[in-house]
Design a protein around this ligand. Structure first.
Ligand SMILES: Nc1ncnc2c1ncn2[C@@H]1O[C@H](COP(=O)(O)OP(=O)(O)OP(=O)(O)O)[C@@H](O)[C@H]1O
Length: 807
């Protein structure tokens, strides 16, 4: 086989001739093989590869890779697969499932002579992650690379579409991720899958899961129904829905560990320790301190957690090389890290579930699960990164007391043997103070901590297994403090339906396989503002995702630096609102009093100043400041909302620092306080106090009498107007009745009633409320009417009237 990723040089004439000769030999071989496969007894127990009817190139490849004896899954699956059966294969982690499907792929295509560019695509092998696809491709190359003439390739994104498209046209075997192969199936018209014979899904349960559901269903639509399908996973089930979705034909279910007492390798020692959430990092740090000569894989729930733990631990120099891996890293970085960890003797890799499945890191001593896995299947895959193929390994799960009962129940249901261990208190050290001081000194670390906190809490929120993850039960304030944060950032939870929760739950892992969309968009310049699942990301999100894997981008660091300085200024010089720790993205622009140019008293037209206090050119865009009379500091107009707010006099009073005072203006327009104390000398000059009082009363009586007469005249005029209007109305009604239509009768009667009502209440003030008038209409209270008709004129009359009523 001549596997290739992309772009293969055209074979020379000599090579072509050699190939033709080889094919002739192979034809003879193929006939013999076909017969041997037909006679193969699938019930027999085979122990060695040499027991199986395999082609010479495959046998040679296996030999050179030092594979001689069959593992259980290989012994059961390969004979059936050679005979063309569809297979659902389940076997523990590290038990050799990769060869269990790769050998049948090579052999079945070989016997069908599906070889060379003209033969077309014979097999598609789908993996949920790029790393796993690469690993599968490497194994394929190892066993088939020397003797076979197949053209094989990797289609996982990260390369230009056109480059992959050209290579695809010549391929016989493709190892791919779901998103990328679907992209080719739907966009590459020359991509012909009519000759496809085999479809393989590694980590099939994962690929059939919600995160890939749509892609897989769409891929199946493109493929010919007459094909062989092989599904493998350590947690494979015979879910009927999967069988029908993939149109499997009488599939053979091979589960080599179903009868076993445990679902995990026997050579794996599994423990859990009760570690309250706020102590997790202390325990992890203490563990690393006591295991420096080990290869350790640490699982955390999100990329943000990974970044924070990696960055903070790195600064504390733990004495063991640290690495970190998550789905948001660039492909090249991810590959480099995977290789480094594979080759390392002692190292600690902080990772998300991106490496939970399938990856075959050699000689991992410990798998530490700092964050509880979402379910027992994920647990099984995570711990399966150690104790592979009969080697020993250890796994420790950190459980918050809140998670203990639920998670242990789930593990028991899946036949996972796990025992409790306690952390030796002597060995346990606290890094809380160190983290706090690091976060205090380094805003970028604090920012990462806040993001890590938020992503962890959100991940708890969207966990579907509420028996295990009860958000209310976690001590979140203490957890924030344990990350070195001065307080727990506020988290917004988006409402999500069950499907959405599932999709998000799957997102971190789905991202791995679909990450080409992210990388491609970088290269092709498409959809730059969008992340996976169409979520819009800000410039700063992107900065963190791409440029700040290790050290923050300059621009962002500057922003943080400035933000920090502003905080200091605020605290030192302003007594206004402070920027709280929750104000993660809230950059408030303020300047200290005295630095801004003050304007004239006109509060609406403050001089334009730049942030550092220098005057801005006319028309220049920038924040304006205004100085409010009496205010302790100039106020910055840096947004329309703020400007509007500041222009409100009532609001401004807040800044002036006192309450408003009411003034009255005299005829000359001079302002006076409402209560002004007169000068005593002036008062005495006007005569004796008693005299003045009497004079004042007389003047006031006169004033009231005049006002009273004016009011009386106005009231009479109103009554006359009213009477005239009523008569006018009555005249109209009479006219209407004479020539009126019958259908208006009711209405006219009603109107007449109201007219009568109006008449009876004639002497009342026009503004008298109607119900009262109506009441009178029915009550016919004559005495009251008479009383009301009595006209009350002057103040004296009013007083006399009051006396009469009282007495
Ligand atoms: N027949 C064999 N003889 C010796 N070693 C083998 C054999 N088959 C597989 N191995 C080795 O066992 C290890 C695990 O194999 P593989 O990665 O295929 O496991 P797996 O069952 O796919 O695990 P996982 O479920 O984690 O994906 C590999 O290092 C592989 O080289």
């Amino acid at each position: 086989m001549a596997p290739e990723i992309t772009g293969r040089t055209r074979p020379t004439k000599r090579k072509k001739h050699a190939r033709t000769q080889k094919r002739k030999r192979d034809n003879v071989d193929v006939e013999k093989l076909e017969e041997a496969v037909r006679e193969l007894d699938t019930k027999a127990s085979y122990t060695s590869f040499s027991d199986l009817p395999l082609s010479a190139p495959t046998a040679e490849g296996l030999k050179s890779a030092h594979f001689s004896s069959l593992t259980d899954i290989q012994a059961k699956a390969i004979p059936l697969a050679l005979k063309g059966s569809d297979i659902l294969g389940a076997a523990k982690t590290g038990s050799g499932k990769t060869l269990a499907f790769l050998i049948p792929v090579l052999e079945n295509l070989y016997r069908a002579q599906c070889i060379g560019p003209d033969a077309g695509l014979g097999a598609i092998i789908i993996s949920p992650t790029r790393e796993l696809a690469i690993q599968i491709f490497e194994v394929l190359r190892k066993i088939g690379g020397k003797g076979h003439l197949f053209a094989a390739g990797l289609i996982i994104g990260g390369k230009g579409l056109r480059e992959e498209r050209d290579a695809l046209a010549r391929m016989n075997i493709v190892v791919c991720t779901p998103g990328r192969i679907l992209q080719h199936l739907s966009q590459t018209s020359s991509f012909n899958v009519d000759n496809l014979r085999m479809l393989v899904l590694d980590e099939a349960d994962r690929i059939m899961d919600m995160g890939f559901k749509k892609d897989v269903d769409a891929i199946i639509e493109y493929l010919p129904p007459d094909r062989q399908t092989l599904l493998f996973s350590a947690t494979q089930t015979k879910r009927v829905s999967d069988l029908s979705r993939l149109a499997l034909k009488e599939p053979e279910y091979i589960s080599v560990h179903e009868a076993a007492s445990t679902a995990t390798p026997k050579t794996l020692q599994q423990n859990y320790t009760i570690t309250p959430l706020p102590e997790k990092l202390d325990t992890l740090w203490s563990f690393l301190q006591s295991s420096k000569k080990s290869k350790i894989l640490v699982f955390l729930s999100s990329g943000k957690q990974v970044r924070f733990v990696y960055e903070s631990f790195r600064h504390m120099q733990p004495g063991i090389p640290l690495l970190h891996l998550h789905g948001r890293q660039k492909q090249t970085a991810r590959l480099e890290i995977t290789q480094k960890f594979s080759q390392a003797k002692y190292s600690c890799l902080f990772a998300t579930d991106v490496v939970a499945r399938g990856l075959d890191f050699p000689a991992v001593d410990w798998v530490i699960q700092v964050d509880c896995p979402e379910d027992a299947d994920t647990y099984i895959h995570r711990v399966g990164r150690t104790a592979r193929y009969e080697k020993a390994g250890r796994a420790v799960l950190f459980l918050d007391p809140n998670e203990e009962e639920g998670m242990l129940r789930r593990l028991e249901q899946k036949r996972v043997p796990i025992e409790r261990i306690n952390v030796r208190s002597k060995k346990q050290s606290s890094i809380k103070n160190q983290l706090q001081s690091m976060c205090f000194k380094d805003p970028s670390l604090k920012y990462l901590g806040q993001k890590a906190f938020a992503s962890y809490v959100r991940s708890l929120h969207i966990q579907k297994d509420k028996d295990v993850f009860k958000l209310d039960g976690y001590p979140l304030e203490e957890f924030a403090a344990s990350l070195g944060l001065p307080g727990a950032p506020r988290i917004k939870f988006l409402k999500a339906d069950a499907e959405e929760v599932k999709r998000r739950k799957n997102a971190p892992r789905a991202e791995m396989a679909l990450v080409e969309s992210e990388d491609d968009t970088d290269e092709d310049g498409e959809e730059k503002g969008k992340g996976k699942n169409g979520v819009v990301r800000t410039k700063y999100d992107r900065m963190f995702e791409r440029q700040n894997q290790d050290i923050l981008a300059d621009h962002y660091a500057k922003m943080l630096h400035h933000g920090d300085e502003r905080d200091k200024v605020d605290l030192n010089k302003l007594d206004g609102e402070q920027v709280g720790d929750d104000d993660l993205f809230d950059v408030k622009r303020r300047i200290p009093a005295g630095e801004a140019l003050s304007s004239d008293d006109d509060e609406e037209e403050g001089d334009a100043t730049s942030l550092n206090g220098a005057a801005a050119a006319p028309g220049e865009l920038g924040p304006k400041s205004i100085t409010v009379p009496g205010a302790t500091m100039p106020l910055i107009l840096d947004s329309k909302r703020r400007e509007k707010l500041l222009k409100s006099k009532a609001k401004l009073l807040k800044h002036v620092g006192g309450k408003g005072s009411k003034l009255v203006f005299d005829d000359d327009g001079n302002a006076h306080q409402i209560y002004e104390l007169e000068d005593e000398a002036d008062f005495r000059a006007r005569g004796a106090a008693d005299e003045q009082r009497k004079r004042f009363l007389r003047e006031e009586e006169e004033r009231v009498r005049e006002a009273d007469e004016r009011d009386k005249v106005v009231a009479k005029e109103k009554r006359r107007d009213k009477r005239e209007k009523r008569k006018e109305r009555e005249r109209e009604e009479v006219d209407g009745e004479v020539g009126g239509a019958e259908e208006d009768e009711g209405e006219q009667n009603l109107m007449a009633n109201f007219a009568a009502d109006a008449e009876s209440g004639d002497e009342e003030e026009e503004a008298e409320p109607e119900p009262k008038r109506q009441k009178k209409w029915f009550q016919k209270d004559v005495k009251a009417e008479e009383e009301e008709e009595r006209e009350i004129g002057t103040l004296d009359e009013l007083e006399a009237e009051a006396q009469r009523l009282l007495g």
